[in-house]
Write a protein that binds this ligand. Structure first.
Ligand SMILES: Nc1nc2c(c(=O)[nH]1)N[C@H]1C(S)=C(S)[C@@H](COP(=O)(O)O)O[C@H]1N2
Ligand SMILES: [Mo]
Length: 236
């Protein structure tokens, strides 16, 4: 399938256009959106717009009855960080015009998306899982990425880090999830926020994400597993 998977869906363009004239965002998105309604702002930069409208092939999803709760093994490389949901913040920095600091409340006001997909670990197991949360394609434009932005680095509270090509990050099935199998995301699976996507192997799917940094180039550090010899693109 190579046509636009969501041809009729209005992108949250209005929301990020409204946010365009804001300074650094540290207050609730809901309140901010309301306060900015009606203000004219600059359009999104051309390169992110091109990525957003580029056709992505969609991975087929599974029905709710296919979920395999017991098959998703906890795979934690170092330790399990316990993040306080009240003080938790997600930072979005790097090649962006509007660096953002978002609370969980802010994140919950953004459009919710659910995907039921297969999680595949390179170590030889897989599980069908439902993830609910925010698509990066709905989130990253709020920070107004610079036209040179090509990669997204994800930093986690356990020191784990991963880099993705921006196109894969903006895929319609790539989420920052706060829900697993229709329940709040458990701490062991990455609460309060983790990556989830059917187009990348499990090690790309950072748990306990606290910061996203957009970059024009790949740095010498590319990812926790990649820097130990695993493949960087890790596509499925
Ligand atoms: N921060 C962080 N994210 C991580 C890991 C980790 O150790 N730390 N392990 C990765 C690997 S190899 C896999 S398969 C999945 C496992 O997710 P789960 O523990 O929710 O099943 O998380 C990925 N994300
Ligand atoms: Mo994995």
């Amino acid at each position: 399938m190579h046509s636009d998977p969501y041809p009729d869906e209005p992108l949250p363009r209005r929301r990020f256009l409204l946010l365009g004239s804001a300074g650094i965002l540290t207050i609730g998105l809901g309140a901010l959106t309301e306060s900015l309604i009606g203000k004219a702002t600059e359009p999104l930069n051309e390169s992110v717009e091109r990525l957003l409208f580029q056709p992505h092939s969609l991975t087929p999803e599974f029905p709710r009855s296919a979920i395999e709760p017991e098959k998703l093994l906890i795979n934690t490389f170092r330790f399990t960080p316990h993040l306080d949901p009240h003080t938790y913040r997600l930072q979005i920095t790097g090649s962006v015009q509007k660096p953002l600091t978002l609370s969980l409340h802010d994140l919950h006001t953004l459009p919710y998306t659910s995907t039921t997909i297969r999680h595949v670990c390179v170590e030889g197991w897989a599980a069908i899982v439902q993830w609910g949360g925010i698509r990066l394609r709905d989130l990253l434009p709020l920070a107004q990425p610079h036209s040179q932005a090509r990669y997204a680095y994800f930093y986690s509270a356990d020191g784990y880090y991963e880099s993705w090509d921006l196109d894969s990050a903006l895929h319609p099935q790539t989420l920052l999830a706060y829900e697993k199998n229709y329940q709040p995301l458990p701490i062991a699976n990455g609460a309060p926020l983790r990556l989830a996507s059917p187009i990348k192997l499990g090690y790309k799917q950072s748990k306990w994400v606290t910061a996203i940094r957009l970059t024009p180039t790949l740095q010498s550090q590319r990812g926790t597993w990649e820097d130990l010899g695993y493949e960087w693109y890790a596509g499925l």
